[in-house]
Design a protein around this ligand. Structure first.
Ligand code: COA
Length: 161
């Protein structure tokens, strides 16, 4: 069974993430969407909330599983028997960071490959931060975040203000 891990902060999941998840699920037997418990970022949603939002968005993709991790990605991937880590590339500016991370991960565990997927053209400009900013100022988030979670993001941002 070929298992892939799609790691990230997902604060919150965007249409760009969902596009990568759907395409990965069509290639691998199982895709584990792994939410990083990252103390250096100041997330809007807790890890549990982010996992719940993700589960709602992938409920119709049977070979997707949502989980969380902390520590090194390579340790987590080994523990899950994953062969591949998937990362989405939106623009050239993503490349340098991703390149460094992929090489470091390769050094930590040469048996696990990093696979890059070019983001869908419609999602090139999306990031979780810009989506939150648009929500904060009452802008239209249609096509940026999955419909299932739009109200949750709006509610959480209203509560935050
Ligand atoms: N569509 C839309 N947005 C996307 C996207 C896509 N396809 N791909 C990435 N993004 C955006 C995210 O929304 C996020 O936006 P934000 O900064 O506005 O919140 C940004 O790109 C960063 O993406 P993310 O994928 O969440 O990366 P990250 O840098 O937060 O985390 C990990 C990357 C989890 C893979 C990495 O930090 C990690 O492995 N950490 C574990 C520790 C470790 O092993 N370190 C050693 C590695 S060298």
């Amino acid at each position: 069974m070929k298992i892939a891990i799609y790691p990230g902060s997902f604060d919150p999941i965007t249409c760009g993430h969902l596009d990568i998840i759907k395409r990965s699920a069509a290639i691998f037997d199982k895709v584990i969407i792994a939410v990083l418990n990252n103390s250096s970022k100041h997330p809007l949603f807790t890890v549990e909330e982010r996992m719940e939002l993700l589960r709602r968005c992938v409920k119709d993709i049977p070979n997707c599983e949502v989980d969380s991790f902390d520590g090194l990605l390579m340790d987590y991937a080994k523990q899950k028997n994953a062969a591949v880590v998937i990362r989405g590339l939106r623009a050239v500016s993503d490349f340098e960071y991703e390149f460094q991370m992929a090489l470091l991960n390769k050094k930590l565990n040469p048996e696990i490959e990093t696979m890059f997927m070019i983001t869908n053209l419609n999602c090139l400009y999306i990031s979780s931060s810009v989506v939150k900013e648009i929500c904060r100022y009452g802008g239209d988030t249609e096509g940026l975040i999955p419909e299932e979670i739009i109200n949750d993001v709006k509610y959480k941002i209203e509560k935050e203000c």
